[in-house]
Write a protein that binds this ligand. Structure first.
Ligand SMILES: Nc1nc2c(ncn2[C@@H]2O[C@H](COP(=O)(O)OP(=O)(O)OP(=O)(O)O)[C@@H](O)[C@H]2O)c(=O)[nH]1
Ligand SMILES: [Mg+2]
Length: 210
């Protein structure tokens, strides 16, 4: 997994969409219908196996969904490598919230931060009337969409792994972009200036010292 040994993720979204349930399912593989609304930023972690020899420490911040915490939550955008924007499969009101949130996130994140949309509660047999708008928002912003159920656990682990995979790919891509011919390869010695320029430079330095 590249040179990463840990990754920081943040889960945001409207109140009651299931952010805490999602993290609890991932961290402890537990679920309860009676949850308390989060009133501060909570922190969780879990180590996951990447392959036979390597593991990755996943730090996850669980944001409170209440409107009044939005600014406070946005202070974390720059500190994480992945932001999971969650919405409720059966609640159309979260679409407007997502549009505003994406605008705000995009203004505040670093260039290598990955955003992912996660539709939760797919176990409930309802229809999300705003799915087309969410799809449009995702396409416009090149954001991957995943669907999960914290109640059954369906796709929860796969979603976290997907975010991590995208973070690694994004890092690789940015690293490649930063390897053009104008960026000097540090393994090579610096090129000496042309002879005349070099002597001029040396004389200047000696004169400076006098
Ligand atoms: N049926 C169903 N219910 C879910 C699912 N995930 C969460 N819930 C329920 O939705 C309610 C809210 O879940 P929370 O995890 O507390 O939601 P939250 O987004 O953390 O809410 P805030 O902390 O207030 O922002 C709880 O009653 C959960 O049991 C799911 O996948 N399916
Ligand atoms: Mg919560």
């Amino acid at each position: 997994m590249d040179d990463m040994d840990s990754v920081k993720l943040l889960v945001v979204g409207e109140k009651s969409v299931g952010k805490t349930s999602f993290i609890r399912r991932f961290v402890d593989d537990k679920f309860t219908l009676e949850t308390k609304s989060s009133v501060c930023m909570n922190y969780f972690y879990r180590r996951i196996d990447i392959d036979e020899d390597n593991e990755l420490l996943v730090h996850i911040f669980d944001a409170p969904g209440e409107e009044e915490y939005k600014f406070f939550t946005s202070l974390y955008y720059k500190s994480v490598q992945g932001i999971i924007v969650m919405y409720d499969a059966n609640d159309t009101s979260s679409v407007e919230d997502m549009q505003q949130r994406i605008k705000d996130i995009k203004q505040k994140i670093l260039s290598d931060t990955v955003i992912i949309f996660v539709k939760n509660k797919i176990d409930v047999d309802g229809k999300h009337g705003a799915e087309i708008m969410i799809e449009k928002l995702a396409i416009e912003n090149q954001i991957t969409r995943m669907s999960v159920s914290c109640l059954t656990g369906q796709n929860v682990e796969a979603t976290i792994r997907k975010v991590i995979e995208e973070i690694v790919n994004r890092k690789r891509k940015l690293r490649e972009e930063w390897q053009p011919s104008n960026v000097r390869d540090k393994s090579e010695p610096p090129k000496m200036p042309k002879k005349r320029t070099y002597f001029k430079l040396m004389i200047k330095r000696i004169l400076k010292k006098l």
